[in-house]
Design a protein around this ligand. Structure first.
Ligand code: HEC
Ligand code: HEC
Ligand code: HEC
Ligand code: HEC
Ligand code: HEC
Ligand code: HEC
Length: 446
């Protein structure tokens, strides 16, 4: 009876440790949730004080008319407009917005000073805006700045695939699980001992096993089995070595971290920027080329931050904005003065696609002459958050496509003639790249 009691107390321990494990992991989840709730409370508490006009209407008008040159909190083409009502009286602002050039010409001291300070860039005149409209805009610009929503501590840090918190609670669970395993092992040993004691007390003899021939000795004695398994092992080995060797130098899915987190999804996907706008060389030359940073600045002189909606659960707005700042640092662009400082640090993009030196591959031949979409070879780039090598770039890959793909004949006099001759020779209607000579070693190998 006493032994049974002992047994029970062990299972009680098991239940206790399970309960302990559960409560620990629940507590760590609660920790995750608490700061997030604080953060939402803080943003909700931001006061929405405004005087006169309707800030919501003002926001619309501001975005439609003024946002091209003004931001609320940072200098753009024009100065930052938050709190501008404190700098001038409303009558002056009406006149300024209706026609700033007139005001400057009239010799108004404040207007002239402002004009000179801003590199004498004239502001568009807005005679169509009523004083009520301007009141609304000014009400919008007078709203206090919303506290930048600091990333809640529980939120994943941008770019780090595993949040810290998740790691901690995983460790707790793992620890608890190994504790449970240890307890189970101890329990088994105890039960074994108790059973042996009971058996000994009752005079039952626990049968000892007859020593039989070990299995490996039996195996070695059977020569046929040895032969078959050796052949089998050799075949498997050869297959694996062959597979391994065929992968040497094939970098499919190579996805390095770039110095600037540049997203093709945002540029070529969401904003539908044409591949050839940036990789313009692909139309006319062997290489497609990586765009110089001047090309980026065509847009990024005015785009210094991403929209709220661009952020994803994985990458926050703050993370993306920081990447644009990296671009500014590299080209030496000072966003506050809207001018180049002249201090440049070239960005060292990591090259992804790279054929061996003995292969000749020409982009213009495929992109312009053959009219093949970039995506056929590079995959759905417009969906890649991080660029990677989509195709294997092996010789078999090139050859297969040359065998399958028809040459584009229409609208090309040169091909019309060749087509006539070759189609007679092959007795076909359509010609593949292979039939045009796309399998000749010398076409691809120097
Ligand atoms: C084409 C660009 C442009 C647009 C559009 C524009 N502004 Fe301006 N704004 C400027 C510039 C540049 C200045 C600085 C003075 C100068 O150089 O003329 C300025 C100055 C101002 C100032 C004075 C700021 C200060 O710090 O004293 C106010 C107020 C202002 N703008 C309001 C507006 C409003 C309201 C709208 C929209 C209805 C608007 N602006 C649209 C370019 C623009
Ligand atoms: C706004 C400019 C821009 C546009 C538009 C753009 N790219 Fe890129 N592309 C880049 C930059 C910058 C890099 C280098 C950074 C990187 O690898 O992510 C790059 C890298 C690449 C690479 C890898 C180069 C290497 O190192 O091997 C490929 C392939 C590529 N782009 C294809 C495309 C395709 C296809 C499209 C259209 C769907 C496209 N790009 C649109 C700027 C652009
Ligand atoms: C044709 C205009 C255009 C060009 C050219 C352009 N961008 Fe952008 N870029 C954008 C737009 C639009 C956004 C997104 C804004 C948004 O979503 O709110 C953006 C966002 C970004 C971001 C933040 C999101 C991300 O991808 O990480 C970075 C960094 C960036 N661009 C870098 C570059 C670099 C580097 C180049 C040059 C190779 C470049 N851009 C060229 C228009 C452009
Ligand atoms: C027929 C397949 C094919 C097509 C179509 C194709 N590419 Fe490529 N691309 C390649 C191969 C192969 C490489 C590796 C070239 C090398 O290492 O010399 C490459 C390399 C690149 C590179 C990096 C190296 C370089 O040449 O600068 C960029 C960027 C690139 N491609 C962009 C594009 C764009 C943009 C398009 C569409 C306009 C496009 N590619 C169309 C096969 C293709
Ligand atoms: C998506 C299909 C496709 C892939 C992949 C492809 N090619 Fe091609 N290639 C073509 C087509 C189509 C033509 C015919 C172009 C034309 O002249 O109209 C061509 C033409 C060529 C030519 C010129 C052949 C001639 O007769 O003058 C060379 C060289 C070439 N490709 C090399 C390569 C190499 C190297 C690779 C691999 C790295 C490759 N191609 C991958 C479709 C492809
Ligand atoms: C359509 C283009 C193309 C043609 C035609 C072509 N090759 Fe290749 N070849 C390649 C490419 C691309 C590679 C590089 C493959 C890699 O890096 O994995 C390659 C690699 C090789 C290699 C190195 C071994 C390897 O797999 O990396 C040899 C050898 C070779 N080719 C021989 C030939 C011979 C011989 C012919 C003519 C019968 C020929 N090639 C025709 C594109 C071609």
């Amino acid at each position: 009876m006493e032994k049974v009691g002992n047994h029970n107390s062990n299972s009680r321990k098991l239940f206790l440790s399970l309960a302990l494990m559960l409560s620990i992991s629940v507590a760590s989840f609660a920790q995750d949730a608490a700061p997030a709730a604080d953060a939402t409370a803080a943003t909700a508490a931001a006061p929405a004080a405004s005087s006169g006009g309707d800030a919501a209407k003002g926001k619309e008008l501001f975005n439609a008319n003024c946002a091209a040159c003004h931001k609320l909190d940072a200098k753009s083409t024009g100065p930052a407009l938050r709190g501008v009502s404190g700098k001038h009286d409303m009558a002056w602002i009406y006149k300024w917005v209706h026609n700033s050039s007139d005001l400057i010409k009239s010799g108004d001291a404040a207007a002239v000073k402002l004009f000179e300070e801003n590199n004498k860039i004239p502001m568009t005149a807005f005679p169509q805006l009523s004083e009520g409209d301007i009141d609304n805009i000014i009400a919008y610009t007078s709203e206090p700045k919303a506290e930048a929503a600091a990333p809640a501590p529980g939120q994943q840090l941008p770019g780090t695939p595993n949040g810290q918190e998740a790691g901690v609670s995983n460790n707790v669970i793992l620890g608890a699980l190994s504790l449970v395993m240890a307890i189970l092992i101890v329990m088994l040993v105890l039960v074994n001992r108790v059973l042996r004691k009971v058996a000994a007390a009752n005079g039952i003899e626990v049968a000892k096993k007859e020593p039989s021939l070990p299995i490996w000795k039996a195996f070695v004695k059977n020569q046929f089995l040895v032969l078959v398994s050796t052949i089998f092992l050799l075949l498997v080995g050869a297959y694996m070595v062959y597979g391994y060797l065929m992968q040497v130098g094939v970098d499919q899915n190579y996805e390095p971290i770039q110095p600037i987190h540049y997203s093709h999804r945002i540029h070529a996907g969401d904003n539908e920027i044409n591949c050839k706008y940036c990789h313009s060389a692909s139309r006319v030359s062997k290489t497609a080329g990586i765009p110089s940073l001047n090309v980026c600045m065509n847009c990024h002189k005015t785009i210094s931050e991403v929209a709220e909606t661009t952020a994803t659960p994985e990458y926050s707005k703050a993370f993306y904005d920081e990447q644009i700042q990296k671009l500014y640092k590299a080209v030496g662009w000072d966003a506050t003065t809207q001018s180049y400082t002249g201090k440049q640090e070239p960005v060292k993009w990591v090259r992804i696609h790279n054929l061996p030196d003995f292969v000749y591959f020409n982009h213009s031949q495929h992109v312009t002459t053959a009219g093949i979409e970039c995506q056929t070879c590079h995959g759905p780039v417009q969906e890649f958050e991080i660029m990677k090598q989509f195709s294997p770039l092996t010789m078999g890959w090139c050859i297969n496509c040359h065998r399958k793909t028809d040459v584009k004949m229409e609208g090309n006099e040169y091909y019309a003639k060749i087509h006539e001759e070759l189609s007679k020779k092959y007795g076909v209607d359509k010609l593949t790249a292979a039939q045009m000579g796309g399998l000749e070693c010398g076409k691809c190998h120097y």
